[in-house]
Design a protein around this ligand. Structure first.
Ligand SMILES: NC(=O)c1ccc[n+]([C@@H]2O[C@H](COP(=O)([O-])OP(=O)(O)OC[C@H]3O[C@@H](n4cnc5c(N)ncnc54)[C@H](OP(=O)(O)O)[C@@H]3O)[C@@H](O)[C@H]2O)c1
Length: 214
């Protein structure tokens, strides 16, 4: 598939690299320097290149949205028409300090995004783990014990593509249902992130949560 990475930081950089090494054509976009995007693309291999947001979106079969919530307006303004595009979002709706969710309980960032972009196919995934969990995944992806990763959305085509990408990353995709389930996965992602950074007991607990499907 052709995959546009919108936001090439920790999540976008790592996932885009894994997608490119799994054989997909990847365009890395949106970082503070063009040099960083080019370095990422070189590191990811022959299937990857650097581009603008609009270039990443053009002809893409799927887009990975991985920017801080506060950058969303800027990204959506530059990216162009997203009608019919499958957008896999891992962006949590966090405040400036990254301490609290700015949307919760009755809605979610994924649902807010779906309202902003009613003609796109939004799937919420990849937001149930801290990105460190991804580091050893690529190396381990052919081993038997794979962690599960939940995804949710209302668009069956988008969900099919997302499940394939999750498999390529090395997780077992678990369909958690419609997009409104993101109301529960987003706070859960925050909890897992907080546990992961809570000292000695944190990471072990967080990783156990990652494997709750096993
Ligand atoms: N990291 C995780 O473990 C994790 C887990 C679950 C969910 N999430 C969510 O996923 C989203 C992305 O997280 P992340 O950790 O990957 O964030 P990040 O490392 O900060 O990446 C965001 C990207 O946006 C770029 N960016 C920021 N401001 C910009 C600007 N003014 N102009 C151009 N580019 C700009 C950054 O550029 P630079 O590369 O130059 O900094 C970076 O490439 C967030 O919503 C986060 O809550 C993250």
């Amino acid at each position: 598939m052709r995959i546009g990475i919108l936001g090439s930081g920790l999540m976008g950089g790592k996932l885009g690299t894994i997608f490119a090494r799994a054989g997909h054509e990847v365009v890395f976009s949106y970082a503070r320097s063009q040099k960083k995007l080019e370095q990422l693309a070189r590191h990811a291999g022959k299937k990857a290149r650097a581009g603008t947001l609009a270039e990443a979106a053009r002809d893409a079969d799927a887009l990975l949205l991985a920017v801080h919530w506060l950058r969303m307006d800027d990204v959506l303004q530059q990216v162009g028409d997203l009608t019919g595009k499958v957008i896999v979002t891992c962006s949590l709706p966090m405040n400036v300090d990254n301490t609290e969710l700015v949307i919760g309980l009755t809605s979610s960032g994924a649902e807010a995004l779906a309202k902003w972009l009613p003609k796109a196919r939004i799937v919420c995934a990849f937001n149930t783990m801290p990105s460190e969990v991804l580091f050893p995944v690529y190396e381990a992806r052919r081993k038997a014990n794979r962690a599960s990763l939940v995804y949710c959305g209302d668009d069956s085509h988008g969900k099919k593509i997302t499940a394939e990408l999750i498999r390529d990353v090395g997780f077992d995709p678990v369909d958690a249902g419609p997009l409104r389930i993101a109301r529960y996965t987003e706070p859960f992602a925050l909890l897992v992130g907080q546990l992961a950074y809570k000292g000695k007991e944190g990471p072990e607990l967080a990783y156990r949560f990652e494997r709750f499907g096993k």
